[in-house]
Design a protein around this ligand. Structure first.
Ligand SMILES: Cc1cc2nc3c(=O)[nH]c(=O)nc-3n(C[C@H](O)[C@H](O)[C@H](O)COP(=O)(O)OP(=O)(O)OC[C@H]3O[C@@H](n4cnc5c(N)ncnc54)[C@H](O)[C@@H]3O)c2cc1C
Length: 418
């Protein structure tokens, strides 16, 4: 176990919030360890095609942050490592960590020689399982660190071993095992973020029953130039260009049976995605079925998207989604009020705007910290603990970065006056 360092901050979660807090703390003189459970940093933002409201690629922001991390010796990054418990102790916090065996060392240069040798495929989580990678894989083209990893669930291990001699740099170590570790810190910043609401629970909206019904998170990958279709909006069932696209807002959100709250970003995510459809296919048509049009601080963005006559906004709750036999087309039926007339749309592709669920809704949470009825952490005023970004509430990147910067500054200041 590492000794208690009175001036060490541990940031849990390497998404945009955790990265921002870590940089803020390190650049003002304090040692910080940034712990991320997946093989690379960036969190959910790394899976987006472009950001609202300006529609620039997330890598504009992330790449600068990665450069700041590389340049700062006060930041230690631990990827492939999940924080499984955090307990208050006399001078701060004791954290339990599970480090997964990546089986690829830092000698890897990402040359890609190993993938040709690997005979095993697995669904690609970065592309929302819309395509596959080999069991030895680069998390994605712009991963940080830019290093391959082995999916232990898919890889048969030493009984195969074909990747080992294929690596010109001797970077593959199939004997690597997971490790349990402990870390202590005087302050902890919790930035574990969100996961999408499980669309499999929305059978009435056709997910998994109708192949051309996807979620908004899947759509980000479909639109991405490094995604499964190279940025072409092709529907999953037959690869046809998706030129008639319907967005179903509040898919599970603001619904007592599913997520009773508003996820704050889904309206803007659909506005953004509607504009991708229109950019990709000038002869396309989009219909958005909504409950309310919520654009937060980005009213100009809403106005801009609304000014396109081929993006139609229809107030109504979607109650039925069915596939036309033989064609793969989808019929969507919505109703504004229970007794009002219904509206029908025919689509090539339906996108469900599913909401944000905090990672902390089911995971073990730090001792002494509480969560609200939906699982968001509420412990920001506990001594030595801060919660930032989507671990505390559904928020966009701007708000997550503001939270994370504030928490970083507070943590650093309180250590400076000790
Ligand atoms: C469809 C969709 C589109 C969106 N588009 C936009 C957009 O265009 N513009 C915008 O501003 N916002 C957008 N958002 C919101 C944006 O995704 C969030 O603001 C952002 O992801 C919040 O970052 P975060 O770091 O708080 O959480 P996350 O991005 O979820 O990062 C959390 C990180 O913590 C890690 N982690 C979790 N648990 C542990 C653990 N126990 N130990 C170690 N690591 C852990 C995770 O692996 C992850 O890397 C969109 C949201 C949705 C649903």
């Amino acid at each position: 176990m590492a000794g208690l360092d009175p001036r060490r901050v541990v940031v849990v979660g390497g998404g945009i919030s955790g990265i921002t807090s870590a940089i803020e703390i390190a650049e003002t003189g304090t040692e910080v360890t940034l712990v991320e459970r997946s093989p690379s940093l960036g969190g959910r933002v790394a899976g987006m095609f472009r950001y609202f409201p300006k529609l620039c690629p997330p890598y504009c922001g992330l790449e600068i942050q990665y450069r700041r991390i590389k340049a700062n010796p006060r930041i230690s990054v631990m990827t492939d490592t999940e924080v499984t418990a955090a307990d208050k102790c006399a001078d701060g916090w004791k954290l339990s960590l599970r480090r997964n065996a990546r089986k690829v060392t830092d000698r890897c240069t990402a040359c890609d020689e190993c993938t040709a040798a690997c005979p095993v495929e697995r669904r690609n989580p970065h592309n929302q399982a819309l395509d596959a990678t080999k069991a030895i894989f680069l998390p994605h083209r712009l991963a940080f660190p830019l290093r391959y990893a082995i999916d232990a669930q898919a890889c048969p291990g030493a009984s195969c071993g074909k990747c080992v001699p294929a690596c010109p740099f001797g970077a593959i170590d199939l004997s690597m095992q997971p490790q349990d570790l402990e870390l202590t810190a005087s302050k902890v910043i919790w930035a574990t973020g969100w996961k999408p609401y499980d669309a499999a629970r929305l059978a009435h909206l056709g997910f998994q029953r109708v192949p051309n019904v996807i979620t908004n998170v899947m759509f980000e990958r479909l639109a991405a130039l490094d995604g499964p279709t190279g940025g072409k909006l092709l529907r999953p069932s037959d690869g046809k260009e998706a030129k008639r696209v319907v967005f179903v807002q509040c898919a599970g959100s603001r619904d007592d049976e599913h997520l009773p709250y508003c996820s704050a970003v889904c309206c803007q995510a659909s506005l953004k995605q509607a504009s991708f459809v229109r950019e990709t296919y000038p002869d396309s048509r989009v219909e958005i079925f909504y409950t309310d049009r919520r654009a937060g601080d980005n009213e100009d963005f809403l106005r801009k998207v609304q000014s396109d006559p081929n993006i139609v906004f229809t107030k109504g709750k979607v109650g039925q989604v069915t596939e036309e036999p033989g064609s793969g087309d989808i019929t969507v039926v919505a109703q504004d009020t229970p007794t009002g007339p219904s509206r029908t749309a025919i689509a090539d592709l339906v996108v469900l705007a599913t909401g944000i669920v905090p990672e902390t809704s089911l995971a073990a949470i730090p001792s002494g910290i509480t969560r609200d009825a939906y699982g968001f952490l509420t412990g920001s005023h506990t001594e030595g603990f801060e919660v930032v970004g989507c671990a505390s509430r559904p928020s966009d990147v701007t708000r997550s970065v503001q939270d994370a910067t504030g928490a970083g500054i507070r943590a650093q200041r309180s250590l400076a006056v000790r």
